[in-house]
Design a protein around this ligand. Structure first.
Ligand code: UDX
Length: 454
């Protein structure tokens, strides 16, 4: 009898940005652990670090893609639009070559939802494909809703404070203002990109870095809407942790944390893209200093416009942070959140940071900057009840009060209990027999076997 050979290669197509590279590389590790081979197709900008965690992966670079200065000039949304335009043809060539070299062995192209150019090659070579979403299922649902609104009238609603404070029909508890509009581009072009990201075209599955214990109703809603299997396989940082930091981590902060009291420190980080205005930095510094709690603050170079790092901030800033604060350019975030001295996380609520914080049972001060972060912040405060959101103009009094609520008050202790409860549920979901690991990931891998016998 002729032997049936099963295709084993997964092609991953990450967006060249930290918050996207991290989960897709973890997904690669998870799939590799299930016996699949991994090829990562990169753009020339933002190469994935050659960490030993990925030494068994195969890497390819799409020729002629955009550069870091294009990102600066175009901004994230127009950069993505352009990247999708120019990569379509060269990605087809890459895939054609790969198919020749690997003897037709591609089981599935798993592409980040923002790398929708991948679909042209998938169609041409008739390959199975899956869309990978690095945000929450709820944010995906919101993008689908936004993809079908009229940009002009939605903009008017958003500008009307009475409307923007109201719950958006069908998305309770999200208000109009919590929907993932973006600080990085005009509404119309953002909505156009959303239309592309939620259009799954010929993809036969959607993989989401989430777990059913966090957002079962959004997952069910997506499942009904998309009509292809939706696999919540997260949180990937617990299931398949891997080091993929694009910036150098300053580990001196761990020694500093070692000297602080249990549960006393506020860890502050706004992820890889958010910006802070000087006046907000000062209000934060005042509020943190007045709270009398120690704080570890990640200030990413370039995140305060007009300043390389912190050198052009007023002298007042150094005075305020010198007594109880410790500042780094980039931290080993997972290790920081796991440290017993950390009592709360002040975050922009990127989805990775949100999952990482819940995964360590750390309650959050939520100050979303843009996009899906607003959705996550609302869920942290209203659905999971493990966060306090700071809204409107940032003010030192409100900062001090938020720190007090989380670190000193009974309310904070309750939030920590709920966060620990969720942490345990997340851990269970990626254990053998859990909903993410055993059901979702294994179902996805098995679905490849049935599609790909050759
Ligand atoms: C953005 C979106 O907000 C997010 O929801 C989407 O899924 C990806 O794009 P980003 O701003 O990068 O993400 O935030 P986040 O998703 O939180 O990812 C940041 C990553 O950088 C986290 O994995 C975090 O651990 C890491 N990080 C951050 C560090 O390793 N060190 C730091 O000092 C700060």
């Amino acid at each position: 009898m002729e032997e049936v050979r099963v295709k084993r290669r997964i092609v991953l197509v990450p967006v060249p940005a930290q918050g996207h590279v991290t989960p897709i590389m973890q997904l690669g590790k998870a799939l590799y652990s299930k016996g699949l081979s991994i090829t990562v197709v990169l753009t020339q900008f933002n190469r994935v670090s050659s960490s030993k965690d990925f030494s068994d992966f195969h890497f390819l670079t799409i020729p002629g893609s955009l550069t870091e200065s294009d990102l600066k000039n175009l901004g994230p949304y127009m950069f993505l639009v352009k990247l999708n335009q120019i990569c379509e043809g060269s990605f087809k060539q890459c895939i054609g070559q790969l198919l020749e070299e690997q003897g037709n062995d591609i089981a599935c192209v798993v592409y980040d939802e923002y790398m929708y150019f991948s679909q042209a090659a998938v169609k041409e070579f008739q390959l199975p494909s899956a869309l990978f979403s690095t945000t929450s299922a709820t944010a995906f649902v919101c993008r689908s809703v936004l993809a079908s609104v009229n940009a002009e009238s939605f903009l008017l609603d958003m500008k009307d404070p009475e409307v923007s404070d109201k719950v958006f029909p069908g998305l309770d508890p999200l208000r109009y203002k919590d929907l993932p509009t973006s600080a990085f581009g005009p509404l119309e072009s953002v909505l156009k990109v959303y239309c592309e990201t939620v259009n799954i075209r010929t993809a036969s599955a959607v993989i989401i870095n989430s777990a059913s214990c966090l957002e079962s109703s959004s997952l069910a809603q997506l499942q009904r809407k998309l009509q292809v299997p939706v696999y919540p396989i997260g949180p990937l940082h617990i299931a398949a942790s891997a080091s993929s930091s694009l910036l150098e981590e300053d580990r001196s902060c761990i020694e500093w944390l070692d000297k602080q009291k249990l549960g006393s420190v506020i860890y502050i980080s706004l992820g890889s893209l958010a910006l802070m205005q000087t006046k907000d930095v000062l209000e934060m510094a005042w509020g943190l200093s007045n709270s009398n709690q120690p704080f570890l603050w990640v200030i990413r170079p370039g995140s305060v416009p007009g300043s390389e790092w912190t050198e052009s901030l007023p002298e007042e800033f150094n005075k305020l942070v010198s007594e109880r604060g410790y500042i780094v350019k980039w931290a080993p975030q997972m290790e920081v959140l796991r440290h017993p001295a950390v009592g709360a996380f002040w975050s922009h609520c990127g989805w990775n940071s949100t999952l990482e914080s819940i995964g360590e049972g750390v309650p959050m001060i939520c100050r979303p900057y843009t996009g899906d972060q607003k959705v996550n912040a609302r869920y942290l405060e209203r659905v999971w009840r493990i966060g306090v959101q700071l809204e409107g103009e940032l003010d030192k009094g409100a900062v001090e009060r938020a720190v007090e609520r989380l670190i000193v008050d009974e309310e904070g202790a309750e939030m920590r209990k709920r966060a620990i409860d969720l942490k345990e549920k997340l851990e269970a979901s990626v254990r053998s027999g859990g909903s993410s690991w055993s059901s979702s990931l294994e179902d996805f891998v098995n679905s490849l076997k049935t599609k790909n016998s050759m």
